[in-house]
Design a protein around this ligand. Sequence first.
Ligand code: ZN
Length: 132
Amino acid sequence: MLRYLEIITQKRTHFEDITEEVQKIIDESNVKEGICYMYVPHTTAGVFINENADPDVKWDVEQTLEKLVPWENNYKHIEGNAAAHIKSILVGTNTFVPIKDGKLMLGTWQGIFFAEFDGPRDRKVIIKIIEG
Ligand code: ZN
């Protein structure tokens, strides 16, 4: 089963908690045991798993990535968004979570985030549910 999650970003850097939407797709699939694979087919975006209980974690991650990879840094890339490409590489464009009893096996404090680093843009996350 293959599904798409559409995400419209409003600013340059945008993190969105997609945990509930992903769980909804698993519910619809009726898969009780397997793997939920998530893939972002974009060069300035990514997907990651981390704490979603305290919204400040999201802010701290965003600020730290900004310091590590500043927007201006004498990059050669002519499009002017090299920092977004580098952040996409650091965060990664795919992740997966095991499914048990029809639920994502996330830890208590974990959530799944989509991350855009060169918005606003219309984006998608490909969700593949693999039974087994
Ligand atoms: Zn570019």
